[in-house]
Design a protein around this ligand. Sequence first.
Ligand code: FAD
Ligand code: UDP
Length: 359
Amino acid sequence: MFDYLIVGAGLAGCTLAERLASQRGARVLLVEKRSHIAGNAYDGYDDSGVLVHRYGAHLFHTNDREVFQYLSWFTDWHHYLHRVLTWVDGQLLPLPINLDTLNQLYGLSLTAETMEAFLASRREPREARNSEDVIVSQLGRELFEKFFDRYTRKQWGMAASELEPEVCARVPIRFNRDGRYFADTYQGMPKQGFTRMVERMIDHPGIKLMLNTDFAEIKEVIPYRRLIFTGPIDEYFRYALGRLPYRSLRFEFERIQREQFQPACVVNYPNEFDFTRIIEIKHATGQQCPVTTIVREYPMAHGEPYYPVPARKNRELYEKYAEEAAKLSDVFFVGRLGQYRYLNMDQVVREALNLFERL
Ligand code: FAD
Ligand code: UDP
């Protein structure tokens, strides 16, 4: 008899497995349908010896000191400040939009004060009820169209006006020359990768791991007291209230026979091509080797569920599932899919630590 059956060996499942086994002496069975641990943060070496992220670039950043300290028990960090460039009007410009972006785009020499006046004449003040409002109210329509409109349509298959404000609000606007993508206090990459970090987390005699196993295959045959589910919450309830939409991606890997392909880890292509961005992860890992691997991300409506879609009707449907979940005394849902929230890795670890305290 296991004390806990945990479904999903991503960061949510592995944080809970680690805490329950090491702090409560619990016997934990961790079940993962893929052939590997670490969920979407999984990384590994490809045929060229490049450490690649199989499910899109994962950059760690947080202001949550406790989460950073917790993960630091299992890894050292490679110092890295993430930078993103975006291809607009035939130029590679820094993103988030800052003083340099506008000066380069329009051939101006704005300062922090004149940038404020420049944007004041363009922005359309309004309540930020959706992702289009968020950008248009800060930057005006032209910049929204150049940087956000088509990227968002590609990424989500819908207009920014149909998405909750939090989506485009992830990308700040800066009145200085700070070119970092994230402003968080703690930023970096696990020195030997995310998979190695997660491996160390679950290296405990109280945790048994079963890979290549779907929850559905074992739920009737393995006895357990409590269940922690980090897969899609609607899947758990067999879609009884309807399907929650998820956005998927196709990753196209390409080996390049030179040391570097592009000047930053991520280059966004809002207006051209079917892909949204090209990732060259070597910039982030700091790996030195004579070849490189790039990945193009093509958003898709079907496939692996990577992103919950933050739109009002989806949140309302999720809330109905959450009501059903609350009626179950020994089943708990956590993580990006379990909570149907657009959570970053640090937020997922935080949610898992909070659930651990409640258990
Ligand atoms: P997951 O990592 O999805 O893990 C859930 C696991 O459950 C999966 O391995 C799945 O196979 C398994 N599972 C599901 N159903 C079942 C079942 N029925 N039976 C058995 N196993 C099951 N966050 C950042 O902080 N920084 C970034 O730069 C960043 N970049 C991202 C880029 C992309 C393209 C994506 C998609 C996400 C990114 N994230 C990033 C978010 C990050 O991936 C998540 O916050 C985090 O990995 C979620 O962890 P999780 O454990 O909740 O879910
Ligand atoms: N976005 C955009 N243009 C960009 C970058 C982002 O329109 O060049 C919008 C888009 O809707 C995207 C959201 O902002 O989904 C959040 O961007 P982020 O880079 O955080 O996306 P993630 O890395 O989570 O896919």
